[in-house]
Design a binder for this molecule. Structure first.
Ligand code: HEC
Length: 173
């Protein structure tokens, strides 16, 4: 009897915990204002752990499309590609990757082979740029930037433009 009671208590406790975890997951996965679609779940390039990026930061139509579909709407868009090159220079990506991302201290970004194979996908490269790596690539390229601070450094829209430029350089899909 005693055993049964404590079992019941354990089950109740577990349920409560699962319920709370669900509520948290919902809050984290809340769709962008007005949207009802599900959104991408990002993971860090360091160890694949969950990478939470507020939907609010995806504040352009194109960034929201990416958040919900994983597709980068700027691919092949010449105006966005030109802006992406400027953003790459502005945030000193050039200092380590070279003016044409051909590689310098950091590796070439031309592909089709990447150090992190997932960088062949736009979601993967987005995660690498947003949160950095263990091997010398800081969050958003510069370790001083706090990736959780919306007002600091590259926006998701900027990152997508940088990726569209990088993809225009190499033999990537
Ligand atoms: C301080 C030097 C430095 C800066 C600045 C820097 N990077 Fe890097 N980056 C590196 C290094 C080193 C690596 C390789 C990291 C590793 O192997 O873990 C890397 C890796 C990468 C990769 C992964 C490449 C692959 O083969 O998988 C991408 C994408 C990337 N950087 C993009 C950027 C962008 C975009 C910026 C600017 C916002 C930037 N980096 C700024 C040093 C830098």
């Amino acid at each position: 009897m005693k055993n049964r009671c404590s079992r019941l208590a354990l089950v109740l406790l577990l349920n409560a915990t699962i319920f709370a975890a669900d509520a948290n997951a919902d809050a984290a996965a809340a769709p962008a204002a007005g949207g009802t679609h599900s959104r991408l779940s990002f993971v860090t390039t360091q160890d694949g752990s969950p990478l939470l990026i507020s939907s609010k930061l995806f504040n352009t139509k194109q960034a929201r499309k990416f958040l919900h579909t994983g597709k980068n709407p700027y691919l092949g868009n010449q105006a966005a590609i030109d802006q992406g090159k400027k953003i790459f220079e502005l945030w000193s990506c050039t200092a380590c990757h070279g003016g044409n991302a051909q590689g310098q201290i950091g590796p070439s970004l031309h592909g089709p082979n990447f150090h992190y194979p997932k960088d062949a996908t736009d979601k993967g490269m987005f995660e690498t740029i947003w949160h950095g790596t263990n091997g010398g690539m800081g969050a958003k390229g510069i370790g001083l930037m706090d990736p959780t601070d919306a007002s600091n450094g590259l926006t998701p829209d900027d990152v997508l433009k940088v990726i569209s430029w990088v993809r225009s350089l190499g033999a990537n899909p």
